[in-house]
Design a protein around this ligand. Structure first.
Ligand code: NAP
Length: 245
């Protein structure tokens, strides 16, 4: 029986994991919820770098790695690429296409945290929707700003910041209410792609608010690339049905 290692952390990965039988492994970094209702085995936590992952692939006799990590989890994708090369295991990747600006959008790209901070200079009420990174900078908030930070983690804010612990999907009505309540005048986002978290971009557009967009990291090439879970699942089903070579 061919064994698949699915690297997850996204809705696409979970959608694929739901179709994997007990022989296969779904791997999570441990940042979010760990599903308890899957037929496949679930492992949580890092492999110990490239060598650790290459060793794991050999020991567990993994025949295919499917990298369905978040597009910003670049280190994991690079490690998977290198480890698959060492262990001679094929690598597939599921990568959601990036969002593209639409008419009326005012997107300002930033390469990193410093770039984000520089672009926020003229604004007072940013809404951060790029994960936990702002939590490390709560003591650096300028006196002119009040931050609203939405991330997966419950975390204490301070007098200059409110941290909202929430998990998508988010809809238009909810995002409008949040923008109103927080007085948002600029949005900070990763370019995650997909439907679950794009409503904030529509609300920014309808209100003429800028979006500071963190640029996607460069990712290594995979043997096969898929845009969504459905196409990856279909190909995986066919691959599993093929006899072992
Ligand atoms: P990363 O920087 O690429 O990975 C850091 C390390 O975490 C990896 O080297 C690996 O440790 C471990 N790791 C990551 N994904 C793993 C997986 N699926 N299974 C086992 N180990 C895994 O990625 P990150 O720290 O997870 O996140 C980077 C960015 O992606 C952040 O901005 C985060 O907000 C965003 N993001 C991540 C996830 C997620 O579930 N990972 C979900 C949504 C958004 P070893 O080197 O020890 O193997």
């Amino acid at each position: 029986m061919k064994r698949v290692l699915l690297l997850g952390g996204t809705g696409d990965a979970l959608a694929i994991a739901r179709h994997l039988s007990a022989a296969h492994v779904y791997s999570l970094a441990g940042l979010g919820r760990v599903p308890a209702d899957l037929a496949c085995s679930v492992r949580v936590g890092g492999f110990g770098g490239v060598d650790g992952l290459a060793g794991y692939l050999r020991e567990e006799e993994i025949a295919l790695v499917v990298d369905a990590t978040h597009p910003y989890a670049a280190q994991m994708s690079r490690h998977a690429h290198a480890a698959c090369g060492i262990a001679r295991v094929p690598l597939w990747a599921v990568r959601r296409p990036a969002w593209r600006p639409q008419p009326g959008d005012d997107w300002r790209e930033a390469a990193d945290w410093r770039g984000i901070v520089a672009r926020l200079g003229p604004f007072r009420r940013p809404l951060f929707t790029l994960g936990r990174e702002p939590l490390a900078h709560l003591d650096e908030i300028p006196a002119s700003q009040y931050w609203t930070i939405r991330c997966l983690e419950a975390y204490a804010g301070n007098e200059r910041a409110n941290v909202i612990d929430a998990r998508g999907p988010f809809d238009l009505a909810g995002e409008r209410a949040l923008f109103d309540a927080a007085g948002v005048d600029v949005v900070v986002s990763k370019n995650s792609g997909g439907r679950a978290t794009e409503a904030k971009l529509a609300v920014a557009r309808e209100r003429g608010l800028p979006v500071v967009m963190l640029a996607r990291p460069g990712l290594p090439e995979a043997g096969r690339d898929f845009d969504d879970a459905a196409s990856a699942r279909e190909a995986l089903g066919r691959w599993l049905d093929e006899p072992d070579s």
